[in-house]
Write a protein that binds this ligand. Structure first.
Ligand code: SF4
Length: 397
């Protein structure tokens, strides 16, 4: 047993009755161009020729090998290959990645395996091969069908390429998600409606509808574009909710809408405070042990990550979540789900009793932000609307 594993198995301050489900996140850190609103760990590939696919795949394999003792014998229920633009991987590269994962980790036979894909990287043959390699869910970063808005978002694709990508995807995948954003620079309510109607016309099983936000350290944060006012963006949000619901989608999380039986299992595991091993440049992970829960972050820059992973040292930061932080971390995720969570899952996932959150729960109930009985806790519509305030009540509960 390695020293690291021994440390994590030493007596701690909490007792988890069982290990939560385990997912795998794989980060791919390159994009054709950096979008001005993007705060993900994505880098424009500026080197000669293509990005270093083989070296990166070698690093990912080494990364899993290093992580093995921490997840020994635990099954992987879902895999999410995100980025960046992982659809830049070649068909051969993606096949090698999934083969390496299966060779090293016990992957559930019916695991949900999602790949993020951007229009502009779609070739029908390649996507057929991705499907054959085992990818069974595609998440397409469309963002808008309006050329003016795509341009203002700095996207490399136009509306025609977005439509083409979805047509290719729908022929190969019966389970696919479309990412769309609203409250875009200069967007009117009518333009937002056209985007959503267009997205609905493709018959996807899932829609992720995000409000554009100006994240710190992005180009947009430095040079803010003119955005719709709060009333207009609230109108957009309300209209989207009503229209998607009428089209047979259920809003089950802040930004996620699914057709029946098509919720994202991978994201649900995050929101239910499940475990995830995160490999790849800058990937975050959360892993449970019988008496502690830890978080890990991999080296962020792709070149450093490759070097470090090949030296069997891919982890940049690692810390145990303190007992004072666990209630907030659990609630930050669980309250995003409209259905809330069963009371017993708080003990199962944090190892703490409900006493740890009784005070803020009472306060949330008093303010009409949650409903609860002895079995279940859920945000009310008011709690969903003022989610940040609700979550904030559990800070250092
Ligand atoms: S394509 Fe996606 S990950 Fe890449 S820069 Fe744009 S928003 Fe970021």
């Amino acid at each position: 047993m390695s020293n690291v594993t021994q440390t994590f198995l030493a007596p701690g301050r909490i007792r988890l009755p069982a290990m939560p489900p385990l997912s795998l996140y794989v980060h791919f850190p390159w994009c054709v161009r950096k979008c001005p609103y993007c705060d993900f760990n994505s880098h424009e590939w500026k080197g000669e020729g293509d990005f270093p696919e083989d070296a990166y795949l070698d690093a990912l394999r080494a990364d899993i090998e290093v992580a093995l003792p921490l997840v020994w014998s635990r099954k992987i229920h879902t895999i999410f290959i995100g980025g960046g633009t992982p659809s830049l991987l070649s068909a051969k590269g993606l096949d090698r990645l999934l083969s390496d994962i299966r060779a090293l980790l016990p992957v559930d036979a019916d695991a949900e395996i999602t790949l993020e894909a951007n229009p502009g990287t779609f070739e029908a043959d390649k996507f057929r091969q991705f499907r054959q390699s085992g990818v069974n869910r595609l998440s397409i970063g469309v963002q808008s069908f309006n050329d003016r808005h795509l341009k203002s978002l700095g996207r490399i694709h136009d509306s025609g390429q977005a439509r083409h990508a979805i047509e290719v995807a729908s022929k190969v995948f019966d389970n696919f998600n479309l990412d769309l954003m609203f409250a875009l620079p200069g967007q009117s309510l009518d333009e937002c409606k056209v985007d959503v109607e267009t997205a609905l016309s493709f018959g996807s099983s899932h829609l992720s509808l995000y409000h554009l936000t100006l994240e710190p350290n992005t180009y947009f944060a430095k040079y803010p574009p003119p955005l719709p006012d709060d009333d207009t963006s609230a109108d957009m949000q309300d209209w989207i909710h009503d229209r998607a619901t009428a089209a047979g989608f259920e809003r089950y999380e802040v930004s996620a809408y699914a057709k029946p039986h098509h919720r994202s299992k991978h994201n649900l595991n995050y929101w239910r405070f499940g475990d995830y091993l995160g490999i790849g440049a800058g990937a975050h992970g959360k892993l449970s042990f019988p008496e502690r829960i830890i978080r890990q972050v991999r080296f962020k820059h792709p070149t450093t990550y490759i070097e470090q992973a090949l030296k069997q040292k891919p982890v940049h930061e690692e810390h145990e979540i303190g007992t004072a932080d666990l209630p907030f971390e659990f609630m930050l995720n669980a309250l995003r789900l409209n259905e809330g969570f069963p009371v017993h899952s708080f003990l199962e996932r944090t190892g703490l009793t409900m006493n740890a959150i009784e005070k803020p729960l009472l306060e949330a109930e008093r303010r009409g932000l949650i409903t609860r009985d002895h079995q279940h806790i859920a945000p009310t519509p008011l709690g969903q609307r003022f989610l940040n305030d609700l979550q904030g009540l559990f800070l250092k509960a």
